[in-house]
Design a protein around this ligand. Structure first.
Ligand code: GLU
Length: 470
């Protein structure tokens, strides 16, 4: 059997769209499931819109999510394939499967109007050579375009691996232009030429390309090669059920999810589920996804973004990620918030205590920051947990803490009940103010464990600061 080869073929015109990443993910998983290859092709023939920055954005985005193409050292750039396209176009001309067309702009406009009125294909095949037909006289000083000789009769049919059988009557298809008057090849032709040269067996792409597929299949046939199989993925809509767009305030570019504190693996897990299902499984690794993935389980209808679910999946991944890796993500975020000294306390020890308390890396960072630096408490917490007498009480508790020689959570915990009894207060009257006095926030895990980690000297120092009356 032929090795399965898929490709992701983005156009570098701005950013890497979340829908594009899902397309790449499904192409990658399909190839890996079949022990095949997943290739990257940059569709940069539109020189007016393609930029090297955008190419870099795509490469960075792919790298961030961890979708490594198998041709990473030899990525296909369409802009470098021009000679090959010209050669294949010449082959079609030589075999009578393409022809020159000298129509003027005005003639084409007239044809378009007529076609719109009559609901037919646009081009009236004026320059299409047929046996016994006399072609118009070649006008002076006009560079011709090259058109593909699309079949007129019959139907182009393919079994779409997501949408099922699709049938398009050939009469509805134009003899499309494959080379412009300046000789440059057009989009659909380049896609076919590269899918052919790269040996692509399965084209998995967005369903905005369904209309291109019959044209591409016919070009494959004219080149005398078998067309790949096609799978067209439905759109991803925003939470309101509309097309995702920056203008509606949607998060569109994949790198924005990094900024929002989403883990790459969680992003892929979420996107995997967005339009595909394996029973009720929601949280899984990419290894499992590859094992399970089949195009027949991709839903043919559009799916909707669900920010809550993304965060839930992200939280699950945070819990399951090792502390060393999490620390690599959290550390720069802490640095952005002004933390520069990490020697006193291992970030991985802190993460052990707080990693199940946050659903994104930014929230996780805020769960770590007070271990390094006491925060400024908010007014609501002060109003709720701090009274005039609290500072003095904290000093009395600090005296108890000062006597602890073996500084462990258990030994700190052992002080709580006797202290509360002596003061005639409930535990909450100690725990909350203690959190505020040491951490500057009332939102922390078990306070004995927090104090144990921050260390005796630093805890006593912080307790000595009367932040409220400052
Ligand atoms: N370059 C096209 C796009 O970004 C994809 C073409 C294809 O997958 O065939 O939409």
């Amino acid at each position: 059997m032929k090795t399965v080869k898929t490709r992701f073929a983005p156009s570098p015109t701005g950013y890497l769209h979340i829908g594009g990443v899902r397309t790449a993910l499904y192409s990658w998983a399909f190839a890996k499931h079949h022990n095949g290859e997943f290739l990257l092709r940059i569709e940069d023939t539109d020189t007016a819109r393609s930029t090297t920055e955008s190419v870099q954005i795509i490469l960075d985005g792919m790298n961030w999510v961890g979708l490594k193409p198998d041709n990473a050292d030899n990525i296909v750039y369409q802009s470098k394939n021009m000679q090959r396209y010209q050669a294949l176009i010449k082959q079609l001309l030589d075999n009578g499967r393409a022809y020159y067309c000298y129509c003027s702009v005005e003639e084409l406009a007239e044809m378009r109007e007529k076609a719109e009125r009559e609901g037919t294909a646009t081009y009236d095949r004026r320059w299409r050579p047929e046996v016994g037909k006399t072609l118009p006289e070649i006008p002076d000083n006009r560079q011709p375009v090259i058109r593909f000789k699309n079949p007129i009769d019959g139907v182009t049919v393919w079994q779409d691996l997501v949408k099922g059988e699709i049938r398009i009557p050939n009469a509805a298809l134009d003899d499309l232009i494959i080379a412009r008057a300046d000789g440059t090849p057009t989009y659909n032709f380049c896609v076919v030429a590269d899918d052919y040269d790269m040996g692509i067996t399965h084209v998995i792409r967005g369903d905005d390309h369904v209309n291109n597929t019959p044209k591409q299949i016919n070009i494959f046939k004219a080149l005398g090669v078998e067309a790949p199989q096609y799978a067209h993925l439905p759109m991803i809509l925003n939470e309101a059920g509309k097309k995702i767009s920056k203008r509606s305030g949607d998060t569109v570019a994949i790198t924005e999810f990094d900024t929002l504190g989403i883990l790459p693996e969680a992003m892929l897990n979420y996107l995997a589920r967005l339009g595909w299902a394996h029973g009720n499984d929601e949280f899984f690794t990419m290894k499992k996804f590859i094992e399970w993935f089949d195009l027949k389980d991709v839903s043919p209808s559009a799916s909707r973004m669900d920010g809550k679910k993304l965060l839930w999946i992200n939280g699950e991944h945070i819990k399951h990620t090792d502390n060393k890796q999490l620390a690599e993500w959290v550390k720069p975020r802490l640095q952005n918030l002004g933390i520069t000294q990490f020697e006193s306390l291992a970030l991985s020890d802190i993460l052990d205590l707080v990693k199940d308390r946050a659903q994104d890396l930014n929230a996780l960072t805020l769960e770590c920051i007070y271990f390094y630096q006491k925060q400024v408490p908010n007014a609501a917490d002060i109003a709720k947990h701090w009274e005039d007498s609290t500072f003095a009480r904290m000093q009395r508790f600090a005296e108890c803490l000062a006597d602890v020689t073996d500084w462990t959570a258990e030994n700190i915990h052992a002080l709580f009940a006797p202290f509360c009894e002596k003061e005639g207060i409930k535990m909450g009257k100690l725990g909350m103010p203690l959190r505020l006095a040491v951490c500057g926030t009332a939102k922390t895990p078990s306070v004995d464990a927090v104090l144990a980690l921050i260390g005796k000297k630093e805890v006593l120092r912080r307790l000595g600061e009367d932040f409220v009356s400052d």
